[in-house]
Write a protein that binds this ligand. Sequence first.
Ligand code: ZN
Length: 268
Amino acid sequence: MRNITVTIGAIALLAGCAVSTQQEVQMGQDEAQQVNAQLPMVQDAQIQNYVNALGNRIARTTSRSDLNWQFQVVNSDVVNAFALPGGFVYVNRGVLARASNMSEVAGVLGHEIEHVVRRHSVKQMENAQTANVGVGILCALTGVCQSGVAQAAINVGGTAVFAKFSRTDEIQADEGGFNNVIHAGISPRGMYTFFQKLLAEDQSSGGGNASAWFSDHPGTQDRIVDIQRMLNQVPAQTLNSLATNDAGFSSMKARLSQLAPAPRAQGQ
Ligand SMILES: [Zn+2]
């Protein structure tokens, strides 16, 4: 409890202050260290390399290509992904398991990359919307994650609880992510088909492993309509010239099917 009081004080100190890129990267590194220590990662170099290479291919096309982008796969069947300040992006194994082609994974990565490009979590801190600041930022400031309480919070829903973004942030991340993917020469159709798939799964199973995506990424149904609108604006010839799949995807999927089942997360 004492730790939490200290934390809120620390956030208040940052209120109204502009966070530099250096501070942002430092914050992300601190959070990434906590995440890597507390969430299980997929221990397979081929899978990790595939996702890291795909993520970097997309991130390099953005205005923040100078960041040291790192993409990792969390060993959880829950469908989710999240980004930390400074370019640390995590995608759950559940996303890879449900993806039918490279462009579907790219759509999820492109979305998370855009949260970082637009500094969404940093802006939340700068605006001192403490109610929206998640465990991740608290960890960075205080090391409170070493406590059992924070660890339980991190495992809620099988994924980390970080800054919750607004619907506006989510729409921006979709729109920016859509363009990031195109700039990398990848079809943005995957973003549409993947979100459709999650929606169908969510509706048929009453939640299940797809529900975490919807609670962490609000407004999915409206966002699918928005993505469809954007797709309609891309000339068919352009869409057809963009890549939907690559050889690495099927090798990655083959490796994935050989892995031992993911550990069940707390709260599942
Ligand atoms: Zn998002």
